[in-house]
Design a protein. Structure first.
Length: 119
């Protein structure tokens, strides 16, 4: 595959992903904010706009962690497989480095839970 064809496929893949995210935002977000209660006390729940930003910030925290982990695992995994092809006995060490990269997802998930726990 040529470099130009690869760039074209990469751009199309990113555009498709962004389109899917935008469509899912329109499909899944309205039911979240659809129920309004008029008898809720002022201190019982945050305002409607505040809840929206809390949910968005939790989603951003988790998605950045997941994207960073995917990027790290792709590079660490490729390097680990190349190193294991020369020295198969370092396979356990390679798994440790991949697990460290996977920890980024856990940190993003915990951060999102902490943000949502403040609601």
């Amino acid at each position: 595959m040529t470099t130009q064809a690869f760039k074209k496929r990469l751009v199309l893949s990113l555009l498709f992903t962004l389109l899917a995210l935008a469509l899912s935002a329109f499909v899944f977000t309205p039911p979240l904010f659809a129920s309004e209660s008029t008898t809720v006390a002022a201190t019982a729940a945050p305002a409607r706009g505040d809840l929206m930003w809390v949910v968005i910030s939790a989603a951003v925290a988790f998605s950045f962690g997941a994207a960073a982990a995917g990027y790290a695992i792709s590079h660490v995994g490729a390097a680990a497989m190349g190193a294991m092809s020369e020295k198969p006995e370092i396979g356990s060490q390679a798994l440790i480095f991949i697990a460290l990269a996977e920890g980024l997802v856990v940190f993003g998930f915990i951060t999102a839970l902490m943000i949502l726990g403040k609601v």
